[in-house]
Design a protein around this ligand. Structure first.
Ligand SMILES: [Zn+2]
Length: 325
C-alpha cells in the first residue's frame, strides 16, 4: 500500500510540522514551548480544544518566510516518503504575516520556492488553499479572504475555513467565501467533525462549497448522505485524525467505508499527521486492515481525489499519468 501513488487534499501546513522541527526552531529563537511536547518529543494534548492551543503554541515558533520555507521542505519530505504525488495544503495569512497583504506575499513567495524545489527533487506537487480561522471571527476572515483574492492564481487554488467548528455559523463567513469565489478560488469548509450532520448542510447551503473537510458525521443522517452522493460533494476524510481525537474508537468504527458504499465521493488525508501519529502510508495500512480495501479500491480513491483537486487541468493531466503508473 505504501508504494501506491497518493493524492492528499486535507493537510494543515503548520499541523504537519514534525515536532523535532518545531522544537529546533523554538530553540533557535529561545522560545519556551517545552510544555507542548511529551517525554518522547511528540506533541502532547488532552482533547480537541487543548489540541488547538498546542497547535497555536507550535505555530508561534514559525516567525518568518524563511521558517515557512524550511517547514514546507520538512513537510513534503514526509509526504514523498508516503508516496504522495500531489497534495493541497491549508495555509493562512493569519499565521503568515498577520493578514497584512505585503507580508503575506513574502511568505507565499518563500513557500512556493520550497514547493518548486520539492517538486523537482522529490516528485511531489503542492498547491495551497487559504483558510480563515473560524474562532478568530468573521471580521478577520474578511481580511484573510482579501489576501486570498489578491493572491489567487495557479498556486493558490482554493479557500476554506478551519478552526473551532463550535464557534459561530457558516453563514457568518458568507462574505469571505463570496469574495474568494469571485476571485476564482474553489471552496471547501470544515464541517461534520465536531458539528453534526446539520453543520454539513449549513456549509453546503450557506457557503456553497464543493468539498467538505471531514463531513463524516453526515452518516448520522442518511438523507444527507444521499444528497452528498447525488450532488457529487466530496468529503476530505481524515480517519486517523478522527480516531486520535476520539470521534470513533477505532478505524473499524469509522464511517468512511459506509459513506463510500453509499456513493459519496470520499478521499483520504492526514489532517495534522504528527499530532495524530499518522502518515498517508499508515492511513492506507489501517484502512486495508479495517475494511480489507485492496489496491483497486485505493486507486479508485486516488483518482477520485485528483478529480476533486482544485489545481488546473494541465497539472491534473500530469498527476493522472503518475497515478496510472
Ligand atoms: Zn482539518
Amino acid at each position: 500500500m505504501s508504494g501506491l501513488p497518493k493524492v492528499e487534499l486535507h493537510l494543515h501546513l503548520e499541523g504537519a510540522a514534525p515536532p523535532a522541527f518545531i522544537a529546533g526552531l523554538a530553540q533557535e529563537k529561545h522560545l519556551d514551548i517545552a510544555g507542548i511536547f511529551d517525554a518522547d518529543g511528540n506533541y502532547r494534548y488532552k482533547d480537541f480544544w487543548d489540541f488547538l492551543k498546542v497547535y497555536e503554541a507550535a505555530t508561534s515558533a514559525l516567525q518568518s518566510p524563511r521558517d515557512y520555507q524550511r517547514l514546507v521542505s520538512a513537510v513534503l519530505e514526509q509526504s514523498a516518503a508516503s508516496g504522495v504525488v500531489y497534495c493541497e495544503t491549508f495555509l493562512s495569512p493569519d499565521f503568515c504575516g498577520g493578514r497584512d497583504l505585503g507580508a503575506w506575499r513574502e511568505y507565499l513567495h518563500a513557500i512556493r520556492e520550497a514547493a518548486d524545489a520539492a517538486e523537482r527533487d522529490m516528485g511531489v506537487t503542492l498547491r495551497g488553499i487559504i483558510t480563515c480561522i473560524r474562532h478568530f471571527g468573521p471580521d478577520k476572515a474578511r481580511e484573510t479572504a482579501r489576501c486570498a483574492a489578491d493572491t489567487a492564481g495557479e498556486w493558490i487554488v482554493g479557500f476554506g475555513i478551519a478552526g473551532d467548528e463550535k464557534v459561530g455559523a457558516p453563514k457568518d463567513y458568507r462574505w469571505a467565501f463570496d469574495c474568494a469565489r469571485e476571485a476564482g478560488l474553489r471552496l471547501t469548509a470544515h464541517a461534520g467533525e465536531w458539528g453534526g450532520p446539520e453543520s454539513v448542510r449549513d456549509a453546503v447551503r450557506d457557503l456553497e462549497v464543493e468539498r467538505i473537510g471531514h463531513g463524516v458525521r453526515a452518516i448520522e443522517d442518511l438523507a444527507l448522505v444521499d444528497e452528498l452522493a447525488e450532488r457529487g460533494i466530496v468529503l476530505e476524510v481524515c480517519p486517523g485524525s478522527n480516531v486520535a481525537l476520539g470521534l470513533y474508537p477505532t478505524f473499524r468504527d469509522h464511517p468512511i467505508a459506509e459513506l463510500d458504499r453509499r456513493g459519496v465521493k470520499v478521499t483520504i488525508s492526514t489532517d495534522d499527521p504528527p499530532f495524530f501519529h499518522t502518515t498517508m502510508a499508515r492511513e492506507y495500512e489501517e484502512l486495508h486492515k479495517a475494511f480489507d480495501w485492496d489496491d483497486g479500491q485505493f486507486r479508485k480513491i486516488a483518482r477520485q481525489s485528483l478529480d476533486a483537486a482544485f489545481c488546473d487541468a494541465d497539472t491534473k493531466a500530469k498527476i493522472a499519468k503518475l497515478l496510472e503508473a
